[in-house]
Ligand binder design. Structure first.
Ligand SMILES: N[C@@H](CCC[C@H](N)C(=O)O)C(=O)O
Length: 295
């Protein structure tokens, strides 16, 4: 039986189990991740974040992140690895600062989607998510959409735009006839064409100038109460469809778990919002499947 420390935190109720691994010795298996993320049998979270020193990161991550001291090793609750997690970067930053591992107001962290700059911001942190791009540039420019999404609660497939923020997103602007709250996201929306590596799907309703609300179905998780990269993708898609107005670069994105800020700067985008740690303790990891102590 292996006992490990954990810290529980969230950013706008996108919640994570953080696993401090300051020596870089842990290698969490998918089964251990699903156990930690399990809300009944384990601790519970949308994702699991191992806090590892940069020296313990994969070679390609270390090469891309020359100024980072800590690696955010992010996994979805189903045990899959994701390249990026926007809310996760802010909760990871909260952990590093509270633990005294980072003392500056601005510092870099390493992710599988490259180095991200963190800045202290109000009661939370802002993350420069870096460059974003349309996943299928040519078609999207011509038609403003590149796929369709079928979701329970909408009678017909809805046009959508795919964006890459280090991880994949598909954004749907809901027509006025469909209530955002009426969508059934207990089942995964069907995206056509189906992205090879899956996608996070955001459903968006405009509220007013540069202010939207959103629900999300996350790849590897299900519906979550917030998604940071998803909020950035949603603001970017609405901005794109609106003709990229130069006076609409600072966005508010309301999610079921709170409110996020998104700042667009050309081909880069930043995310800001609160990040809190709420609990800490120790947990015994279950024995690996098929291994018993012989008792
Ligand atoms: N909640 C995250 C995104 C987490 C990863 C995502 N589920 C994926 O598989 O890409 C965020 O705040 O960005």
């Amino acid at each position: 039986m292996t006992t490990i420390d954990f810290v529980k935190g969230h950013g706008t109720q996108n919640d994570f189990v953080l696993v401090p691994d300051h020596e870089g010795r842990l290698d969490l298996t998918p089964q251990e991740v699903t156990f930690l993320a399990d809300r009944r049998a384990g601790i519970g979270g949308d994702g699991v974040i191992r806090v590892a020193p940069i020296g313990a990161a994969p070679d390609d991550v270390r090469e891309q992140c020359p100024d980072a001291r800590w690696f955010m090793d992010y996994r979805n609750s189903d045990g899959s690895v994701a390249e990026m997690c926007g809310n996760g970067t802010r909760v990871f930053a909260r952990y590093l600062v509270d633990a005294g591992l980072e003392r500056a107001d601005v510092f870099e962290i390493a992710t599988r989607a490259g180095q991200k700059r963190i800045t202290r911001f109000g009661d939370g942190f802002a993350t420069d998510l870096g460059p974003w791009r349309l996943s299928r540039e040519v078609e999207a420019q011509e038609r403003g959409m590149d796929s369709v999404v079928q979701v329970h609660g909408a009678p017909d497939p809805l046009p959508a735009l795919s964006l890459d923020l280090g991880n994949p997103h598909t954004v749907v602007a809901l027509p006025p006839s469909i209530d955002l709250g009426a969508l059934d996201l207990t089942r995964a929306p069907q995206v056509d064409p189906h992205p090879e590596h899956g996608t996070n799907v955001e459903f968006v309703r405009a509220i007013e100038h540069a202010h939207i609300s959103m629900r999300v179905h996350e790849r590897g998780v299900g519906e979550t109460l917030s998604c940071g990269t998803g909020a950035a993708a949603a603001a970017l898609a609405i901005w794109w469809w609106g003709g990229r107005p130069s006076d609409q670069l600072d966005w508010l994105v309301d999610v079921p778990g709170g409110r996020l800020g998104v700042q667009i700067a050309g081909d880069r985008v930043a995310l800001s919002g609160p990040a809190v740690l709420v609990a800490r303790g120790t947990v015994e990891l279950p024995d690996p499947v098929g291994v018993s102590d012989g008792a």
